[in-house]
Design a protein around this ligand. Sequence first.
Ligand code: GLU
Length: 507
Amino acid sequence: MRPIRVRFAPSPTGALHIGGIRTALYNYLFAKQKGGTFIIRIEDTDQSRYVPGAEEYILKSLEWLGLQADEGPTQGGAFGPYRQSERKSTYHEYALKLVDQGHAYYAFDSAEELEAMRQRLMSPENPMPKYDFDSRDQMKNSLNLSLDEVQNLLQKNTAHVIRLKVPKGETVKITDQVRGEVSFSTQELDDKILIKSDGMPTYHMANVIDDRLMQISHVIRGEEWLSSTAHHVLLYRYFGWEAEMPEFAHLPLILKPEGNGKLSKRDGAKFGFPVFPMDWKTEEGEVFLGFKEAGFLQEGLINFLVLLGWNPGDDRELFTLEELVDSFSLEKIVKSGARFDFAKAKWFNAHYIQQLEESRAVEIIHSIFEKHGVILTPHQAMLTFKMYRERAVVLTDFYHSGKFIVLKPDKADEEFKTKKWKPEWSDPFLKLSEQMNQLDNFEKTSLEPLLKEFMQTHGLKMGELLPSLRVMISGIPMGPDVYMMLESLGKQETIERIKEGVVKLKH
Ligand code: GLU
């Protein structure tokens, strides 16, 4: 069997949508499972669509998710360079070979001439005329011009492209690992441009050549590329590489939440969820929300994404990256589109938050608070984790729920104040705060006996004491374990809040 080598080949034309991340993930899993090589190749030959910062964004996103490449623009490798713009001369040589062999040709048509051809040939039977075996005879190309004329035009640097000469009346077949037998009639295919007038190869040309030169064994990519595969197969054939052609696996689309159509980058803002791995700011200043900034753990996003288009064949749902490396298989990729279900993404995330190791949780929570200008002690961060690990759905919930540690409540819960709080409790609570001041340590072991005694002395029930304390501390009667709340605040701050709370609760 040939060595397994797969590539993820993004174009740096903007941020990588989660569909792209899923493609990278499937490639990664397949490579790791088979002991193969996972390659990143940057397909940056379309200069008009190049977006500064996009490559960096893509690489950072993969790094954040732990999808470490074995070869790529950062790590290098024996098949580099891994940026297509740095391989330009290679493509040109191959294009000239095809021209020599009669499988490609120079075309000198101007934009006006192309448009005139379309107008001329447009008819009800042919609403979108193509540059193909029917029309190419009427065009200004090296198939129709004499050798001298062609030489002359080339010498004068006349703008031109190189096109693939697609044969007439053939059927091109592929066996796709996901879709099975797929065939294309060459009647449907145009004479694709291989080398553009700026000398750069098109996607098709560069993609096929690099897949061959990098010895790619399996091409795992989005369904939108399925129709291009026909041209790719012709290229493999004309280069004499048919025997080495990679296997193809085209992944199903990721659909909008209602299942109607492909999930687009605009859907994030529309539905209020992220569709990008990390925040992406466009040059125009528009910001697209990322899963990372929305408070997702890598594990949560990966587990969510992997099941958009693949299932293990049984009812397991929870998988770590390592478990996926064991379980993943191309055979279990589904043909139909996968609906993006954000509730499910949150469910996975909540699960992985609960599973977090304490030391990692402390670091994460520390950095979330830091983003809001608050430095927690490791002990406070640990308590915050313990208080909310069962309730947090996204990591930012730790801040939104736990910020009482650093922010005094501005008022007391109105309903509690009017319906539950009894004015005669004020003095006992003030006394309690004084007793707290006497405590040497401010942990449950010493707080619990104190509160028990307080309840007995003043005839308060647990259901009266705990909500009262929470309202004083955080403004609301519900919340996590009161002892942890008190401990996270510390003695002095608790005492202050009780004193202020009594005032706020007065009515
Ligand atoms: N550069 C293409 C993209 O942006 C790669 C398609 C492929 O994997 O062949 O998705």
